[in-house]
Design a protein around this ligand. Structure first.
Ligand code: PMV
Length: 325
């Protein structure tokens, strides 16, 4: 049997603005997806027949990336992520599947995380009609704190570049990492509203808003500046400044009309016990994130307000093979 784990992600700064070339900062979270594969007499997934059309990410990895023509596989997926919540669960599935299949075919080769990030990105692009930023897959594959931008951001360590042929033409991104101090006395608490986050619709709504209200581009520019300030604060371990930047980023996202009453409710509940709090990901539903020194209290506040909390360190380890113990 081959087993691999890939973490989910949380965008700390720059969602939506990254679509327009500004930087985004994301961290890998502790929760993620574990995929196990073993040879079998027939193709199955989670105990039922594997229907390729229902699992485009996995099918792409098996057929197009690995050109696999070995014995049928029994695929098992265990997810610790809320799905359609902006935590990158489909990217984590792609990455864990890619890592498990690579190990199954070549157990002696080390895991190439850049190749995995590229593989996951192409799987996301296929599943999302050619529109996928590499943020989720790169953060899940590489782990830690990842910066995705139209151009390399000063002070970060360049890892790889990604390009994608989208329906709107070719897009390219620079993917880099930044180091977060190891002894940070803070956690992030994610709060799921229970409402799905429709990324495609939210991105399209923002594009429409910018067309009818061009003055809103100032929010994009402001998010770009806040992201750079937040990134500098995070690298320096200045948690108070990170929290202030998160709050400021949220105000701009609200102005872009991507928050929701449910998100506002959870952010208000977490606020008194947090250094900063904001929506994370596409919005319209999905999750908020709070930075705090008291994660239990914030998790309780989120739960009492009707959300589902998830506590994580900032910048967990990236995708990995799970070896037999
Ligand atoms: O899919 P989510 O919820 O993690 O959000 C993606 C972030 C966006 O900036 C809204 C879209 C994108 O492609 O970067």
């Amino acid at each position: 049997m081959a087993r691999a784990f890939a973490p989910g992600k949380c965008i700390l700064f720059g969602e939506h603005a990254v679509v327009y070339g500004y930087p985004a900062v994301a961290v890998a979270i502790d929760a993620g997806v574990e995929v196990s594969i073993s040879e079998s007499s027939k193709w199955t997934i989670e105990g039922t027949e594997f229907e390729p059309g229902r699992h485009p990410h996995i099918t792409h990895i098996i057929r197009d990336v690995f050109d696999y023509n070995g014995r049928p596989l029994d695929i098992d997926i265990k997810s610790g992520l809320f799905s359609a919540a902006g935590l990158g669960s489909s990217a984590a599935i792609s990455n864990a599947m890619g890592a498990a299949l690579q190990f199954h075919l070549n157990p002696n080769a080390g895991l190439d995380r850049i190749a995995l990030a590229r593989m996951g990105h192409s799987a996301e692009a296929i599943a999302q009609d050619g529109r996928a930023s590499p943020t989720d897959t790169a953060t899940s594959a590489l782990g830690g704190c990842v910066v995705v931008s139209g151009e390399l951001v000063d002070g970060t360590e360049h890892v790889f570049d990604a390009t994608l042929e989208t329906p709107e033409g070719e897009r390219s991104w620079s993917i880099s990492k930044t180091t977060i101090p190891e002894d940070l006395d803070a956690w992030i608490v994610l709060g799921f509203t229970g409402v799905g986050s429709p990324t495609g619709k939210m991105v399209a709504d923002v594009a429409n808003l910018l067309e009818v209200e061009p003055s809103k581009t100032s929010d994009m520019e402001a998010i770009g500046n806040i992201t750079n300030a937040g990134l500098a604060a995070l690298s320096a371990g200045n948690l108070e400044a990170v929290g202030i930047a998160m709050n400021a980023c949220h105000e701009r996202l609200k102005s872009l009309q991507v928050s929701s009453p449910e998100l506002e409710h959870l952010i208000a509940a977490a606020g008194p016990h947090s250094l900063g709090a904001k929506m994370t990901g596409a919005g319209g539903g999905g999750c908020m994130v709070a930075l705090t020194r008291d994660p239990r209290r914030v998790a309780e506040a989120i739960e009492i307000a009707g959300g589902k909390p998830l506590i994580s360190r900032l910048g967990a380890e990236g995708a990995r093979i799970i070896r037999k113990t």
